[in-house]
Design a protein around this ligand. Structure first.
Ligand code: SAM
Ligand code: DTB
Ligand code: SF4
Length: 372
């Protein structure tokens, strides 16, 4: 009995030889990874992770919504879609100075990348000029820049790249088969086309999806297959857990089992060994243990800051405490590896936090001793 299960496990593991970067995974192979015993899957993902990354470094990005609400798209998960009443008003594009101020605060708090999101189908010409200025100004602060503005054509992608945009985020969201249940106003092919324009323009690609939208296990495998088919793989792969926002059609969808979510992180790590896999939206609603398992499964990036775009994220102090507890450290900016500023900022904050934790522990021990 024991040896039989051991053999089947070994056979499954040969599906993913380490060191090989593949773009031709079949959905069946991916499903076989999902079906591995949990411990085997996590062990394998850890091995792949350690082959390519410092296992204790986590890349830290901060998000800002630069244009909120009244989006013309009908994405069923999204609080910003104009199709649903979620209580969000229509806001104008933020002023450049306001964005720079928020970016500076994110840098001071220890973020290495600043991601700016707009609720657009695609950027309008007059808005693009403002957005390009935002890229230049945020980049001048020494931060990596990322934007997510909807669909972009070749010309728009080229101008963003020229302004110094490092990453463009555009998610596939789910499998091609389930996609029509979630969005009808833009197609899967539209999304792949935008990702092609981003890549052609020489920017880094950030593309991922959302889990927990009522999709079947095969849809999760098929989403990861689509991402792994991109050549090269996206540098950044955000895996979001659906944040169920009242007023959206998905507000009452069944919860996804957290173990299934962790399996998807581990499979993403195995399929895209050199990509940063981001534990994205949904952390606030997640237990600490689920987040810890996500790091163990190979997630090595988070959104850091009290707010995502319109919904909450764990408080900064809470994330700092989590880093201390797990011995994690923020990854340094790729473009600026000799710049110790970001490292120093977050590490100072972490040391302060650990000192407080140690003080608290010392006081507790002293208190216990007086009572003994
Ligand atoms: N409007 C642009 C677009 O969709 O291309 C950019 C902003 S949009 C909010 C960025 C991504 O956020 C979406 O593609 C989706 O994956 C994620 N997202 C939006 N609402 C979410 C929710 N309620 N829970 C989890 N992820 C969500
Ligand atoms: C991504 O994959 N997740 C982020 C970012 N890319 C832009 C957005 C999450 C949004 C969650 C819902 C909200 O806060 O509005
Ligand atoms: Fe609009 Fe983006 Fe939300 Fe879809 S996900 S409704 S495109 S803001």
């Amino acid at each position: 009995m024991i040896s039989a299960s051991h053999e089947s496990r070994a056979a499954s593991l040969t599906l993913a030889p380490r060191g090989e970067i593949r773009h031709d995974w079949t959905v069946e192979e991916i499903e076989a990874l999902f079906a591995l015993p949990f411990n085997d899957l996590l062990f394998h993902a850890q091995q792949v992770h350690r082959d390519h990354f410092d296992p204790n470094a986590v890349q830290v990005s901060t998000l800002l919504s630069i244009k909120t609400g009244a989006c013309p798209e009908d994405c069923k998960y999204c609080p910003q879609s104009g199709y649903y009443n979620t209580g969000l008003g229509k806001e104008k594009l933020l002023e450049v100075e306001k964005v720079v101020e928020q970016a500076r605060a994110a840098r001071e708090a220890g973020a290495s990348r600043f991601c700016m999101g707009a609720a657009w189908k695609s950027p309008r010409e007059k808005d693009l000029d403002v957005v390009l200025e935002m890229v230049r100004r945020v980049k001048a602060l020494g931060l990596e820049t990322c934007m997510t503005l909807g669909m972009v054509d070749t010309d728009q992608a080229g101008r963003l790249a020229e302004a110094g945009l490092d990453y463009y985020n555009h998610n596939l969201d789910t499998s091609p088969e389930y996609y029509g249940e979630i969005i009808t106003t833009r197609t899967y092919a539209d999304r792949l086309e935008t990702l092609g324009h981003v890549r052609q323009a020489g920017m880094k690609v950030c593309a991922g999806g959302i889990l927990g939208m009522g999709e079947a296990p095969r849809d999760r495998a098929a989403l990861l297959q689509q991402l792994a088919r991109l050549e090269p793989h996206p540098e950044s792969v955000p895996i979001n857990m659906l944040v169920k926002v009242p007023g959206t059609p998905l507000e009452n969808v069944d919860d996804l089992d957290p173990i299934e979510f962790i399996r998807a992180i581990a499979v993403a790590r195995i399929l895209m060994p050199q990509s940063h896999v981001r534990l994205s939206a949904g952390r606030e609603q997640m237990s600490e243990s689920t987040q810890v398992l996500a790091f163990l499964a190979g997630a090595n990036s988070i959104f850091y800051g009290d707010q995502l775009l319109t919904t909450g994220n764990p408080q900064v102090d809470q994330d700092r405490a989590l880093f201390v507890k797990l011995g994690l450290h923020p990854e340094q900016r790729e473009s600026c590896v000799d710049d110790a500023h970001q490292q120093a900022t977050l590490e100072t904050a972490l040391v302060r936090q650990s000192a407080t934790a140690l003080d608290t522990e010392a006081s507790r021990l002293a208190y216990d001793a007086t009572r003994a």
